[in-house]
Design a binder for this molecule. Structure first.
Ligand code: GSH
Length: 305
């Protein structure tokens, strides 16, 4: 298989979800360090505008959003599986819950306590990214609310672990564990393991120890320019458009795909792939030649151009 390349930075919690997944699979992968704010001049030729972290590249195929990155890793490296047999939907539903509901208040818990550390460039970037002013004063005032939300939501995971199981779906780690690891890791990374509300969640503390053992797989650092060369030398993999998709979209249509929550930058291209879990656009860029950019369906807005 062509190398897995992860474009990411060390402190990104969504990147940590993928890194711990690569550890679970004991995968070998290549790492490109990207800026944590715009501009990202060596990422844009690959994604066509998608700016979030992380992005996975395999040759000339570019995977946006960890929802799809994890599915693609599972497809290409099936063992050990991210999704226990017969419980695939459950694993993915818990993942969506952690990504879309827990992440935001957990980030609030951290930001409300460290917001003053960030410079103007970061504040400006994150204001644009979220569509809301990065205001340390407002963040500090929100701490009781975001801490309560984080506690209430993490308590559900604490309940899942209450019967003594090692991981969320049983004896083996799954996609759901990698997703929950993301916000808990972020709080611990910035505020330590005893920070509220983690101090009230002993089962999650033990579970984090089991998760940490998974590691990050076998990582080798490469330059962004190497990744661009790899894309240029590669040909995108085969894709197909499901003709019975309820959207009625047809192969060859010009479309844009845009995240519905943050970093809402549209990516334009030609439809070459469509399935229940993904939409794929072909694009061309001088620096990388022909690439196909893949997005999940859930959480992305598709518009005809
Ligand atoms: N739904 C996305 C969320 C990704 C996300 O929000 N990543 C954060 C970093 S953890 C981000 O992009 N921040 C702005 C940036 O890195 O430029 C996913 O699952 O990949």
């Amino acid at each position: 298989m062509t190398d897995i390349i992860l474009h990411h930075y060390a402190l990104s919690p969504f990147a940590e979800k993928v890194r711990i997944g690569l550890g679970l699979k004991q995968a070998a992968w290549k790492s490109v360090d990207i800026p944590n704010v715009m501009p990202k001049p060596d990422l844009m030729p690959l994604t066509g505008g998608y700016r979030k972290t992380p992005v996975m590249q395999i040759g000339a195929d570019i995977y946006c959003d960890t929802q799809l990155i994890m599915l693609e890793l599972d497809r290409r490296l099936p063992s050990p599986a991210f999704q226990p047999k017969g419980r695939e939907g459950e694993a993915r539903a818990i993942t969506m819950w952690a990504d879309r509901l827990i992440f935001s208040p957990a980030v609030g818990v951290v930001m409300s306590q460290v917001a003053d550390k960030f410079g103007e460039a970061f504040k400006k970037d994150r204001s644009e990214f979220s569509g809301r002013l990065f205001d340390p004063e407002r963040m500090r005032a929100a701490l009781p609310f975001v801490r309560d939300q984080t506690y209430a939501l993490l308590s559900l995971a604490e309940t899942m672990l209450a019967d003594g199981r090692t991981f969320l779906l049983g004896g083996e780690p799954s996609l759901a564990d990698c997703a929950l690891y993301n916000p808990v890791w972020f709080i611990r990374q910035h505020l330590g393991p005893a920070a509220a509300p983690l101090d009230r969640l002993p089962k999650i503390a033990t579970w984090m120890e089991h998760m940490g053992v998974l590691g990050h797989g076998k990582r080798a650092d490469i330059e962004a320019s190497d990744a661009l060369e790899i894309a240029k030398a590669a040909t995108p993999g085969k894709t197909s458009v499901d003709g019975s998709d309820p959207s009625g979209l047809k192969a060859g249509q010009k479309l844009s795909v845009t995240p519905d929550d943050t970093g809402k930058v549209p990516v334009a291209g030609t439809l070459v792939g469509l399935a229940a879990d993904r939409i794929s656009l072909a694009r061309h860029d001088e620096r990388v030649g022909d690439v196909v950019v893949h997005f999940p369906r859930a959480g992305f807005i598709v518009q005809a151009l």
